[in-house]
Design a binder for this molecule. Structure first.
Ligand code: ADP
Ligand code: MG
Length: 710
C-alpha cells in the first residue's frame, strides 16, 4: 500500500469515527473499510510502516544539507509563482532569525490559508541547501502556537491509500487503540518467554518513546514486534488446524474400486505404463477415497508429469463405486482437452461423459444438465460453469479441480458451498447412511508449493507430489535473446519448420490492453506468414469465439498448422506432443511460474525441444534473475524455490491466493522459531482453551476466516 502524503491540514475525523453510527460515510471512512479496517481491533492491529521523529525542533542555522528535521517559525512571505507550473512558495523564519523556503508543487487553497503570512507553523521534511539558501520540498506542516506541545512519542506512518490521509488514520488508530479489547486471551504460561503483554506491545509499536531503538523497530526484531508476529502466526495455525478438525467430523461416501471394475479396465487400456510416482500418488488418492471423511488433497506435479491420467483413475474409482465425478478446468480450451482425452479413455469402457461450459447453450446445455441430474452421465467435465447453481448432480462423490490456483478465491468458495449443498441435497434424497455426505475434493496444480509453505498455509490440505516425468522425454534447451536479434529467431524458426517441427509463438502480455495484445499477435501472425512461404501459420487469441479457438487448437494438434501464434490463452495445460519449439516474446513481462508453464507446452514428445525467450531491455534485477533461472533449470520445484527467493513468500502467496494476503507481519523463513512455537501451541490451545482459541482467531482474522478455507 502506498503511503499517503502527510498533510495534517485535512479536517480531522470526529473522535468516534471508527465506531461509525453516522448514516453517511465519508470518503476516508470508506477508504478505511476498503483496507479492512472495520473494527477497533483491526485498527489496533494496523501497524506502522515506519516512524517520524517530531519530538524535537531543530534550529535552522544548525541544519545541514540532506537532514530530515522538524523546525518551527513564522510565515513571513507566501506567494504563488508560475515557473513552468504553479507552485506555492512560503518563507518561514525561526526564532533565531534563520529562514527556510517551503516549496509546494501540488497544493490546495487550504494550504495557502494555513500558511498565510503571520501564521506560526511547524514543518518537517528534508533540508536542501542550494544557491538561494535552505529549502524544503513538500514538507508536512501544521499550524501551531507557542504553547503547542511537541510530540512525546515517535509519530507512526501507516500503510494507507490515497483517499485516506495519514492524519485521519493516526487519529482513528489512536482512539481505536484505547477502545479495542486487548486483554490477553492466551494463558500466561503459553506465551513464549521474553515477549511483552499484547497491550503493551501494541501501545509501544504505535507510539514508541523517542528513546526506542529505531533499527529494531524498523527491522521488526524488537520484542514488541516478535509478540505481534507470534500472535499472527498463532491465529493462522489455529484457524488451519481447526478447519482440519472440522473436516474430520464431516462424512463422505467411502469409495472403492471393484475387482475387474472400471479402474482396472482403464489401467489395462492405457497406451502406457504409469510411472512410479503416478502409481504412488494414485494409491494415496485411492486410500483417501476409501475413507468415510472427505478427501482434501492437492496433487502437484510439474508440467507434463501426467496428472490427467491420475485424475482419470480417481474418477474411475468413484464411478466404480456408483458415484458421479465432476472435473473442472480454468479455461474452455483446457476443459475441452480434458474432455477429449477422458472420452478417448473412458467412453470405450462404457462411461457417459457430460460437457458443461459457459459457451454451451440452449438445448445442448439442457441435455447435459439433464444427464448430470439424472445420473445418466457419471463424469461431468467443464469450466467453473459446472458449479453454477443450475447444475444438479444425481450423486456427486468426487470433485476434481485442475490448475486450482488459477481459480479465484470467490470461485473456490463457491465450489466449497456447492459441495456442501450437494451433501445436503443427497441427504434429502435419502442417500444411504445417516446425515449428509460431502463429496471428496482433489485439486491439481503444476505450480508446486514449497514444502514449508504448504505446511503453514495449507495445514488443512494433504499434498501428493509427482516428482518424476514419464520416460522418453528429452530435455528442453532454453535460449535467451535480446529483441534486437528477433530476425535471427525468425530464421531459426523457419529452419525448424523445414525440419517438420511444430512451433508455438507466444506474444507479449499487455495487461492494460487486450486490444494491443491482439494487435501484436496479429502482426506477428502476418510477419511469420511472410517469412514462411508455403507453411501454415495459425492464430489463437482470447477474443476468438470458443468454437473457433477449439478448431484452431485441433488443427495444430493434428499437425495441419506448422506454427501457432498465440496470446497467453495457451498457457495452461495444452498438450500437443509434436510441438517442440516455443518462442516467448517479451519474456521479461511474465512471472517465473508462468514462463515455466508456457515452456512446459514443449518437451512432451521424444524430439529434443527448444524454448526461446526474447526480452526487451533494460531488465530489472528481478527480470534478470528470472530469465537466468529459466535458462539454468527446467525443474519446476527448483523454479518455485527461486520464485520464492526472488519475490518473497508474501507476494508469492499473494498472487496465488488472488490477493488475499494471509500473513501481514510474520515472515515464514525469518520467523521460523516463532512459527514452530505457534504450530506446537495451536493443538494444545484448541484442546484445553477452546474459547481462547476462538477469540484469537476472531481477533486476527475476523471476516477472513472463510477465505482461509478456500
Ligand atoms: P500435466 O501433469 O501437465 O497435466 P498431462 O496429464 O497433460 O500432464 O500429461 C502429459 C502427457 O504425458 C500426455 O500426453 C499424457 O498422455 C502423457 N503421459 C502421462 N503419463 C504417462 C506415462 N506414464 N508414460 C508416458 N506418457 C504419459
Ligand atoms: Mg494438466
Amino acid at each position: 500500500m502506498p503511503e499517503a502524503s502527510t498533510v495534517p491540514s485535512t479536517p480531522p475525523p470526529p473522535a468516534s469515527a471508527a465506531t461509525g453510527g453516522a448514516p453517511a460515510k465519508s470518503a476516508p471512512q470508506k477508504a478505511m473499510e476498503k483496507l479492512g479496517l472495520a473494527r477497533d481491533i483491526d485498527l489496533a492491529l494496523h501497524l506502522p510502516l515506519r516512524y517520524e521523529d517530531e519530538t524535537t525542533l531543530t534550529p535552522l542555522d544548525r541544519s545541514r544539507d540532506g537532514d530530515t528535521l522538524q523546525c518551527e517559525g513564522e510565515v513571513i512571505e507566501s506567494r504563488i509563482e508560475v515557473r513552468g507550473r504553479r507552485q506555492l512558495l512560503v518563507k518561514l523564519r525561526d526564532d533565531d532569525g534563520a529562514q527556510v523556503l517551503l516549496r509546494f508543487l501540488h497544493f490546495y487553497p487550504t494550504h495557502q490559508k494555513t500558511l498565510a503570512v503571520g501564521a506560526r507553523v511547524r514543518a518537517r521534511g528534508e533540508i536542501r541547501v542550494g544557491f538561494f539558501g535552505r529549502e524544503m520540498v513538500h514538507p508536512s506542516f501544521r499550524k501551531v502556537d507557542e504553547q503547542t506541545p511537541l510530540a512525546t512519542s515517535l509519530t507512526p506512518v501507516y500503510p494507507t491509500s490515497a483517499q485516506l490521509p495519514q492524519a485521519y488514520l493516526r487519529k482513528a488508530v489512536a482512539s481505536a487503540l484505547r477502545r479495542a479489547p486487548l486483554d490477553e486471551v492466551l494463558p500466561q504460561a503459553m506465551i513464549p518467554r521474553g515477549l511483552p503483554p499484547l497491550r503493551d506491545a501494541l501501545n509501544f509499536l504505535h507510539h514508541p518513546p523517542p528513546s526506542a531503538g529505531l533499527s529494531t523497530l524498523e527491522d521488526h526484531t524488537h520484542p514488541a514486534w516478535q509478540r505481534l508476529k507470534f500472535e499472527e502466526l498463532l491465529a493462522q495455525q489455529l484457524s488451519q488446524q481447526r478447519a482440519q478438525r472440522e473436516r474430520a467430523h464431516l462424512r463422505a461416501p467411502a469409495l472403492r474400486g471393484s475387482p475387474g471394475g472400471l479402474h482396472e479396465r482403464l489401467l489395462a487400456a492405457l497406451p502406457f505404463a504409469l510411472t512410479g510416482a503416478q502409481r504412488r500418488v494414485a494409491e494415496e488418492i485411492a486410500a483417501d477415497l476409501a475413507r468415510p471423511q472427505p478427501m482434501h488433497r492437492l496433487l502437484q506435479g510439474d508440467v507434463g508429469s501426467g496428472k490427467t491420467v491420475v485424475a482419470a483413475l480417481a474418477a474411475a474409482v468413484a464411478m466404480d463405486a456408483g458415484w458421479q465425478c465432476a472435473l473442472m478446468a480454468p479455461t474452455e480450451i483446457l476443459a475441452e482437452q480434458h474432455f477429449r482425452k477422458l472420452i478417448g479413455w473412458l467412453e470405450p469402457l462404457g462411461v457417459r461423459v457430460a460437457w458443461i461450459t459457459g459457451s454451451i447453450k440452449g438445448k445442448a446445455r439442457q441435455k447435459m444438465l439433464d444427464a448430470a441430474a439424472s445420473g445418466e452421465a457419471t463424469l461431468i467435465v467443464g469450466t467453473h460453469a459446472v458449479i453454477e447453481d443450475k447444475v444438479r448432480f444425481h450423486r456427486l462423490g468426487l470433485a476434481i479441480i485442475d490448475e486450482q490456483h488459477r481459480f479465484g478465491v470467490a470461485q473456490r468458495l463457491a465450489l466449497r458451498k456447492k459441495l456442501a449443498d450437494e451433501a445436503a441435497g443427497a441427504a434429502d434424497s435419502g442417500a444411504p447412511g445417516a446425515g449428509p455426505l460431502e463429496p471428496h475434493l482433489l485439486m491439481m496444480s503444476a505450480t508446486p508449493i514449497p514444502r514449508t509453505l504448504a505446511m503453514t498455509y495449507f495445514a488443512d490440505l494433504d499434498v501428493s507430489t509427482i516428482d518424476e516425468l514419464p520416460p522418453g522425454r528429452s530435455p528442453i534447451v532454453t535460449r535467451v535473446f535480446a529483441d534486437g536479434r528477433r530476425d535471427d529467431v525468425v530464421e531459426k524458426i523457419a529452419a525448424a519448420v523445414e525440419d517438420g517441427r511444430q512451433v508455438y509463438w507466444v506474444c507479449p502480455l499487455i495487461e492494460e490492453s487486450e486490444a494491443l495484445d491482439l494487435k501484436n499477435a496479429t502482426e506477428t501472425h502476418a510477419e511469420l506468414g511472410e517469412a514462411l512461404p508455403g507453411r501454415k501459420v495459425g492464430l489463437l487469441h482470447g477474443r476468438m469465439p470458443a468454437a473457433e479457438k477449439a478448431a484452431t487448437m485441433a488443427q495444430f494438434s493434428s499437425g495441419e498448422l506448422d506454427v501457432l501464434v498465440a496470446t497467453t490463452v495457451i498457457e495452461v495445460g495444452v498438450d500437443v506432443p509434436n510441438a517442440s519449439v516455443m518462442v516467448i516474446e517479451h519474456a521479461e513481462r511474465f512471472g517465473l511460474s508462468q514462463l515455466h508453464q508456457l515452456r512446459g507446452r514443449v518437451g512432451r514428445g521424444s524430439v529434443a525441444s527448444v524454448c526461446v525467450l526474447i526480452y526487451t531491455g533494460p531488465l530489472s534485477d528481478t527480470g534478470k534473475a528470472r530469465l537466468r533461472a529459466m535458462a539454468e533449470t527446467t525443474d519446476g520445484f527448483e523454479i518455485a524455490r527461486r520464485d520464492l527467493d526472488i519475490r518473497g513468500p508474501g507476494e508469492f502467496m499473494g498472487a496465488r491466493q488472488s490477493g488475499a494476503q494471509l500473513l501481514r507481519f510474520a515472515d515464514l523463513q525469518e520467523d521460523a522459531p516463532l512459527l514452530s512455537a505457534a504450530r506446537a501451541l495451536a493443538p494444545r490451545l484448541l484442546d484445553e482453551h477452546p474459547r481462547a482459541a476462538q477469540l484469537q482467531v476472531e481477533r486476527w482474522l475476523g471476516h477472513k476466516t472463510e477465505y482461509l478455507k478456500a
